[in-house]
Write a protein that binds this ligand. Structure first.
Ligand code: GLN
Length: 446
């Protein structure tokens, strides 16, 4: 009831929820009380959460931020949604996002941009900007997000909250609308690393319905919360500390380094020689996969359908032409081009080779260090409209986050301080399956 009241009074200014499911949330909260009274409560029983509107929810609209799915009600719950329900978490609603998760500022949403709670003239980042804003504005204690190229970490940074992108394959993608399947990964966003760890305990686990889900024994992601960082080897990639980072962000990152040094961590410079190619490689691979994934929205099976189609071709063309926004169309065109005969080797194949080199850079770095530290985003939250006319500048906001997705590694962003009154995020990157350690190291700062 507390969170629903806050949503009622504050969300008009933030536009962070696309759908609020108050009655269902209250009903689930009563069931949670009942479970607690009978001694069946787990750690999150009764803790309400919000889901990014990319996760299918049975009986409630799942729009993915698009006109294309404005009328779409999924007949089933995503695995992530089902797991939170089983854990007793009431769902407050579905959060706003960039259309089909394509964006870094939430401005590509069909439902209009989310406003940053720290300054409503600024963007919340994207694409999980709604999820970050509901946590920052205390319109939910936690929310789910997805990260294909930074969409959990960058909005977490710009809103002063914590978010983790797990190792690829940790969290089931079943029922999570696909953008770029080899990069997409769901994860939690919450105030602290400890809250994220509790949520990840619910989210992670093998799912036979996701062919890239990884089979590993269950683990407790809170287990390293109080493990000291003394002796921990932390890598600083020299490529992350060159030009391009705002002075205010650099200052906060330096303070974090000093903090960890004070706790006894050792710092080593590491080399990620191919990281300057990551944005270029990503913006071939991600559009290529999206052009294929989004072929299913054809006006026939589900979603938007144009009025009075003349014939089948007209139905396809107008349904897609009217249903998708400009950024989604740009990605489909770039991706289709990169995959077409004659260009495949020059673009897609080349990008895949770069992807391998990037993964190998990290593999060598992790022979020398336990964790890699750097900024999450080059600047704090920028003004609404500031980058909308220049896609390339917008794509550069992902410069520190994208390599991680290309390599499939886990990484988190934690709130590390402020620059001119706006939050700055610190990024920690770990080796495969090292989420518990990352969360523990983040906890030592909080
Ligand atoms: N900003 C990146 C993009 O637009 C990443 C988005 C994401 O992680 N979903 O593709």
């Amino acid at each position: 009831a507390h969170y629903l009241r806050r949503i009622e009074t504050l969300d008009d200014a933030l536009n962070a929820y696309v759908t609020v499911t108050g009655e269902q949330a209250m009903e689930a909260a009563r069931a949670a009380d009942e479970a607690r009274a009978q001694g069946h409560a787990g750690p999150l029983t009764g803790v309400p959460i919000a889901h990014k509107d990319i996760f299918c929810t049975e009986g409630t609209r799942t729009s993915c931020g698009s006109k294309m799915l404005d009328n779409f009600i999924a007949p089933y719950d995503a695995t992530v949604v089902a797991r939170f329900k089983a854990a007793g978490c009431p769902i407050l609603g579905k959060t706003n996002m960039d259309e089909f998760a394509m964006g870094s500022s939430n401005e590509t949403s069909y439902y209009g941009p989310v406003k940053n709670p720290w300054d409503t003239e600024r963007v919340p980042g994207g694409s999980s900007g709604g999820s970050a804003a509901v946590v920052a504005g205390r319109l939910a204690p936690g929310a789910t997000g997805t990260d294909t190229g930074g969409s959990i970490r960058q909005p977490a940074a710009l809103n002063g909250v914590t978010g983790i992108k797990p190792t690829y394959g940790r969290v089931s993608r079943w029922g999570m609308i696909a953008f770029a399947s080899s990069l997409d990964q769901g994860g939690p966003m919450a105030r602290t690393a400890e809250d994220c760890a509790l949520m990840l305990n619910v989210m992670a686990g093998f799912d036979h319905r996701d062919s890239t889900s990884i089979q590993r024994p269950d683990e407790d992601f809170t287990r390293h919360m109080n493990t000291p960082v003394k002796g921990l080897r932390i890598g600083l990639p020299k490529q992350f500390f060159g030009e391009g980072m705002d002075a205010g962000v650099a200052r906060v990152v330096d303070e974090a380094i000093a903090h960890y040094k004070g706790l006894g961590a050792e710092f080593v410079e590491v080399d990620l020689p191919h990281s300057d190619l990551s944005v270029a490689a990503y913006y071939v691979v991600a559009p290529a996969e999206c052009s294929s994934n989004l072929a299913r929205f054809d006006g026939v099976r589900y979603g938007y359908r144009c009025e009075d189609p003349k014939d089948l071709l007209d139905l396809y063309m107008r349904s897609r032409g009217e249903g998708f926004g400009p950024e989604v169309k740009r990605r489909i065109m770039v991706g289709t081009y990169a995959l077409s005969a004659g260009y495949f080797d020059a673009y897609y194949l080349k990008a895949q080779k770069i992807r391998r080199l990037i993964a190998e850079d990290f593999a060598s770095a992790f022979k020398e260090v336990d964790v890699i530290l750097g900024p999450t985003a080059p600047s704090t939250a920028f003004r609404l409209g500031e980058k909308t006319n220049d896609p390339v500048t917008m794509y550069l906001s992902d410069i520190y986050t994208i390599a991680v997705n290309l390599a499939g590694l886990p990484a988190l962003s934690l709130p590390a301080g402020f620059s001119d009154g706006l939050p700055v995020g610190l990024q920690l990157i770990g080796n495969y399956f090292d989420e518990a350690r990352l969360l523990g190291v983040a906890h030592q700062y909080q």
